[in-house]
Design a protein around this ligand. Sequence first.
Ligand code: TYD
Length: 211
Amino acid sequence: MSRGKFIALEGGEGTGKSTQCRLLAEALAKRGIATDITREPGGTPGAEAIRTMLLDPPGEGWGAQAEALLFAAARSDHVITRIEPSLEAGRWVICDRFVDSSRAYQGGAGGLGDETITALHQIGSRGLRPDCTVLIDVPAEVTAARLAERDAGNSDAIGGRGTEYHAAVRQTFLELAERDPGGFVVIDGDAGPDAVHDRIMAALEPLLAAA
Ligand code: TYD
C-alpha cells in the first residue's frame, strides 16, 4: 500500500475553496482514488471544538499568540489522529486550509512572523507539509462582493476583520507561493466553479500521473 498524497486548498475568504475541495474529491473518486476530505480549523471532534472557540470566541476574543497556539493545537490533533492515519492507509487527503493559512493570517496579517508559525507547526504537527498546496487567488474586489452575498453581515471573528488585514493575508499567501514554487500551485480563481476546477485538475496532473 503506497502512502496517499496530501493536497491542501488555500486562499482568502470567499475564494471558493470549499466548492473546489468537493469537486476535487469527486474527480479523484472517479479515477478510483480513495479520498478523505476534511477542513481546518476542524476535522476531528477536538479540533472542531477549538474551531468554535476561535471563530466565536468568548469575551474579548484571543490575543495574537493565543490564537496562533489554538490553531496549532487544533492542527496537531487533526494531523496526528486523522491526516497521518489516512495517508498511511493510502487515502488522498484533501484539506480545506492547512498550515499556510496560519502563516498568512497569524504570521503575516497578524504580525507574528513566519518563523513563529513554522516553529509551532514543528512542535504540534512534526512540520508536516502537503504534497501540493493549491492557492486559489481572487482579487480583493471580487471576494468583497462574494462575501457581502455569502455572509450578509454575519461574518465570524476572523472573516470579519478589516480590508487591510485581508489584503495582508492575500499578499502573504502570494509571497509564500513565490518562495516555494515546487510546493505551491497558484490558480486564478476569478471564474466559475467548473472553470476553476479544470485549472486545478490541470495543475495537479503531474501528481496524478505519479499516482
Ligand atoms: P471558514 O469558515 O472555514 O473560512 P472560509 O470559508 O473563508 O475558508 O473559517 C476559517 C477562518 O479561520 C477563516 O477566516 C480563516 C481563518 N484561519 C486562520 O486564521 N488561520 C488558520 O490557520 C486557519 C486554518 C484558518
